[in-house]
Design a protein. Sequence first.
Length: 102
Amino acid sequence: MDRDTRLKRLRFRAWHRGTKEADLLIGGYFDRHHAQWEMAEIDWFEALLEEQDVDIMAWAIGTVPVPERFAGAMMEQMHALDYIPIATTSLSPSGERGGPGA
């Protein structure tokens, strides 16, 4: 299978994990980093997607040690968590919405 086809399939799998939290973490990571991946990185991500979401999320946030097979530069990027899309609207201390567009 060619690189583009694999990436399209991986993007779908990354954004359709079963929970919104996993979608944001894993899909956001894919969107931020996939453009620079070589075949070895694609293989790594493909293997990662075979793992349980709860495990991937625990490794990403650092609550559980990362297995040796997933340790390295790509997991370090995942630890940054700076790729997760978040809303810019916040709640004021009184519970009212504030921020842009509120």
